[in-house]
Design a protein. Structure first.
Length: 351
């Protein structure tokens, strides 16, 4: 298939490019580079040259386009014919979304409305949307199945995901030609095992794993652990960390939803949790990082972070049953590959 990747220069998008080409697909990337560098796409080309299933350098078509720019998107759609779109583009910093809600709603929701309008005008009605476990709010059940009701989000970022799920589902309800796949990611970490591509956060990282790797590389003095009085084994928050390469291959597996003979058992718009089904605490991650990489991570306990929940992990059985997808990497792989990327690229794509 020929796939449009919005936000394809970013963390998850760049890893998905690798897995798409390995599986024999082709892709075109649009990204406004607000949180990424085009260097990631060149590096994907270099990784593919060494992949046995590809074996030659690949120049991936890239357009520095903002999805809110209808004319620029139209231009891309008039040059290529797409079988589907994997829609990663969006702003994703939870704290920033509280300070700039308008910017988040305008970029994430406004951008998606323009994207789907241009798609349908060009007869492309297959979309995979990057959703998040955040739509479950404080989950009604653990492990979380797709049947678990959506909950109250605690920030505008989360609401953009929840609302976009609704908008895309309504679109599909009104027009059965639309095929909409909602992938609810748990906590993506890790990097391509080559260490060539990885997560490249701007400024102080919000998320646990890039913060740990920046402490390890000496950019930050210590990790703040947000709360040790949660009702969990060691009092710190528990999450379902998933290797970004597994997450990427989940998108390739989800493309089968667009085959005419594909049916989901619950008949709903295709919603899948992408997680491992295992929960690890903050201190589990710190200790695993230290053990696997042999690097100490100094930390101190800080107050709870507003909006955090105690425990969040998936039941990923539906994706295995229907898509034949299951996470392959464990937490040791995740901390090893995160560190390999950070060590080889202390300033991300800047050098
Ligand atoms: P990322 O910031 O690395 O990638 C998103 C990309 O979208 C960036 O390259 C950015 O430049 C681009 N972008 C943003 N707004 C755009 C616009 N208007 N037009 C064109 N490009 C635009 O983030 P990521 O971690 O790769 O996340 C990808 C998607 O997955 C996002 O939608 C994110 O909300 C979602 N998601 C991420 C996580 C996570 O923890 N990383 C968890 C759940 C869901
Ligand atoms: N944490 C710390 N110190 C830090 C950063 C995080 O102790 O410096 C803790 C948090 O309190 C939490 C755990 O590490 O217990 C994971 O926090 P992250 O910020 O890495 O991830 P979240 O689970 O808060 O959120 C992530 C994404 C969201 C997404 C959500 C889905 O950032 O976009 O997963 O579950 F919606």
């Amino acid at each position: 298939m020929n796939i449009l990747l919005t936000g394809g220069a970013g963390f998850i998008g760049s890893h998905t490019l690798v897995e798409l080409y390995k599986a024999g697909h082709t892709a075109v990337v649009v990204d406004n580079l607000s949180n990424s560098s085009p260097e990631s796409i060149s590096r994907v080309g270099a990784i593919l040259a060494e992949e046995p299933t590809v074996g030659h350098p690949v120049e991936i078509p890239f357009f520095p386009v903002d999805i809110r720019d209808r004319a620029a998107l139209e231009e891309v759609f008039s040059r290529y014919s797409f079988d589907a779109c994997i829609h990663f583009a969006g702003l994703k910093a939870v704290g920033e979304s509280v300070e700039k809600p308008w910017e988040y709603y305008e970029n994430n929701i406004g951008g998606t409305l323009i994207l789907v309008d241009v798609m349908r005008r060009h007869g492309c009605k297959n979309i995979i949307f990057s959703s998040s476990a955040t739509v479950y709010g404080d989950p009604a059940e653990i492990p979380i199945t797709e049947q678990c009701p959506k909950g109250q989000c605690t920030n505008p970022y989360g609401w953009t995901k929840s609302m976009l799920e609704q908008i895309l589902s309504d679109l599909r309800e009104a027009d059965p030609e639309w095929h909409v796949v909602l992938l609810r990611y748990f906590n993506p970490v890790g990097a391509h095992p080559s260490g060539r591509i990885g997560e490249n956060p701007n400024g102080i990282p919000n998320n646990l794993m890039p913060y740990i790797t920046q402490v390890a590389v000496g950019k930050r003095a210590e990790l703040g652990v947000f709360g040790n009085d949660y009702p969990t084994t060691d009092g710190t928050g528990v999450r379902d960390y998933i290797h970004v390469v597994d997450l990427a291959s989940g998108h390739v597996a989800a493309l089968q939803c667009f085959q005419p003979d594909f049916h989901s058992a619950d008949g709903q718009p295709f919603v899948y949790n992408l997680g491992t089904g295992h929960g690890y605490s903050v201190l589990d991650m710190v200790k695993t990082f230290e053990r696997v990489n042999g690097v100490p991570i100094p930390y101190s306990i800080k107050p709870r972070r507003a909006g955090d929940i105690a425990t969040c992990y998936s039941n990923p059985a539906k994706a295995e049953r229907e898509l034949g997808w299951k996470a392959q990497y464990d937490v040791a792989d995740m901390v090893r590959d995160s560190w390999c990327w950070q060590r080889k690229n202390p300033d991300g794509y800047q050098r």
